[in-house]
Design a protein around this ligand. Structure first.
Ligand SMILES: Cc1ncc(C[n+]2csc(CCOP(=O)(O)OP(=O)(O)O)c2C)c(N)n1
Ligand SMILES: [Mg+2]
Length: 354
């Protein structure tokens, strides 16, 4: 858990509210965000089941417990923005325009997916649409987003934002610092969201960094730092909405740090037994999906009946899509052209495919 900050972060949540302020806007945005969190959760539960039954080759890394933070970034981005999600960002990916169909096609190695069955799990993207395929080396996505933003600047595009998520462990890498520093010097419209889930695989925070609070790093870079409650969807929407709006309007890079806990292992091969049970039982270990549901119902933005219906509808969609994808063809090595990028730049709405 973050220690108390000794250095006040530059900027604050008081500075510039996002367009989530009005009740109508907030309820619509929150409903969309909750629905997307639900899709991510049920899709990932299916991915875990497919992995356990040997249908998925390679690793499966899930974002259970981190969906509120992840989705809050995805819903604030627009077509034309740059987005580089990391391993726990299924919710953000779906909010940005990725689909359940393309996710399943990638994990199951269907040749009809955006990666044409040539890469598994989270390394999928559509570079021509600003959706960067993940590089495993932690911190590297900060630089690729900076590159995308510099390219847009050269082309004279304005009003765009580039965003990425990273774990707190990834902030200890050289790439992270290089990317953040470059963004700060160039005053790029970059939003970096740090999901502080207290562990980098099994390494706890006190073996990762010695600073009191990761938000204080913003001061060192000369950029704005903000804090969000990673288990509270409404707070995540507000804080990240503010950060995206500030970056979009020319206020330079924004760092958002949120505390939370992943409610699964590092990957499905890991039982997370190194996470102390007191931490799991603490407020950090609460389930953001259930909290979001209760909070929306309490505000009158969602009814219990709707929540139950959405669950059934999404569960059916995931099941039917998985069955369909499992009947699709795998890539044929003799017909591959071996281009570096698998994306053919097709629209998300087309549902992927060739
Ligand atoms: C530079 C680098 N070092 C090590 C790894 C292997 N690795 C992948 S994920 C991970 C843990 C990352 O922890 P954190 O950044 O806190 O994200 P979390 O998994 O907790 O979401 C490690 C060590 C890597 N991908 N890149
Ligand atoms: Mg971590």
């Amino acid at each position: 858990m973050s220690k108390k900050s000794s250095v006040p972060a530059k900027g604050s949540r008081q500075g510039g509210r996002a367009k989530t302020g009005s009740d109508a806007g907030s309820s619509q945005l929150a409903r969309r965000a909750y629905r997307t969190m639900l899709e991510a959760r049920l899709l990932e539960e299916k991915l875990a089941a497919l992995y356990r039954s040997g249908k998925i080759v390679g690793g499966v890394f899930l974002g259970r417990g981190q969906e509120a933070l992840s989705v809050a970034l995805g819903v604030h981005l627009r077509r034309g923005d740059v987005y580089a999600p990391l391993i726990r960002d299924q919710a953000g990916r779906l909010a940005f325009g990725d689909t359940i169909l393309d996710t399943l096609r990638t994990y199951l190695g269907s040749s009809l997916g955006s990666m044409r069955g040539r890469d598994g799990n989270i390394h999928r993207g559509r570079p021509t649409e600003g959706y960067h395929a993940m590089i495993s080396h932690l911190g590297a996505m900060v630089s690729t987003v900076c590159g995308g933003l510099i390219a847009k600047r050269f082309r004279g595009e304005s009003g765009v934002v580039g965003a990425t998520c990273i774990g707190e462990g990834g902030t200890s890498t050289g790439s992270f610092h290089e990317g953040m520093n470059m963004a700060a010097v160039e005053k790029l419209p970059l939003v970096v969201v740090v999901a502080n889930n207290q562990f980098s695989y099994s390494t706890p925070n006190d073996r990762q960094f010695a600073c009191g609070d990761l938000v204080s790093r913003a001061e060192g870079y000369g950029i704005t730092g903000r804090r969000a409650d990673g288990n509270d969807l409404i707070d995540c929407l507000q804080v990240i909405g503010d950060a995206v709006a500030a970056a979009r309007s020319g206020e330079g890079p924004q760092l958002v740090v949120a505390d939370l806990l992943r409610l699964v292992g590092h990957g499905e091969h890991d039982d997370a037994s190194y996470i102390p049970s007191e931490m799991k039982k603490s407020p950090l270990g609460r389930d953001c999906l259930l909290l979001a549901r209760d909070s929306l119902i309490e505000k009158g933005w969602l009814t219990e009946a709707e929540a139950t219906e959405w669950h059934a509808v999404v569960e059916k969609e995931v099941e039917e899509t998985a069955s369909k994808v499992m009947r699709e063809p795998a890539p044929d090595p003799s017909e591959e052209d071996w281009n570096a990028f698998a994306s053919l730049g097709r629209n998300f709405e087309s549902g992927g495919g060739q």
